[in-house]
Design a protein. Structure first.
Length: 85
């Protein structure tokens, strides 16, 4: 089971674990998902829980074909630039 996570703008962390059976690997994955998101696998599309990671659905077909267009946006509210909202 390979997991990777982290905050925007950071390298993040990743782990890789080997299992000898599918059931143990799936149980590990589901446990990790619940720890990080606060949601069960069946509820992964529910609203985000406070102070937890968001479950992100990726379109690997589109990713492999290459993206065209799009906008990268994120919000930084650290006051470092003197702007006040």
């Amino acid at each position: 089971v390979y997991t990777r996570g982290g905050s925007t703008g950071t390298v993040g962390q990743s782990t890789e674990q080997e299992f000898y059976g599918l059931e143990a690997a799936v149980a590990c994955f589901k446990d990790e998902l619940e720890q990080k998101t606060g949601l069960d696998w069946k509820d992964r599309m529910d609203p985000i829980k406070p102070n937890k990671y968001r479950f992100v659905v990726q379109n690997f077909t589109q990713k492999q074909a290459g993206f065209s267009g799009g906008t990268w946006q994120y919000w930084v509210d650290d006051g470092i630039d003197g702007k006040v909202c």
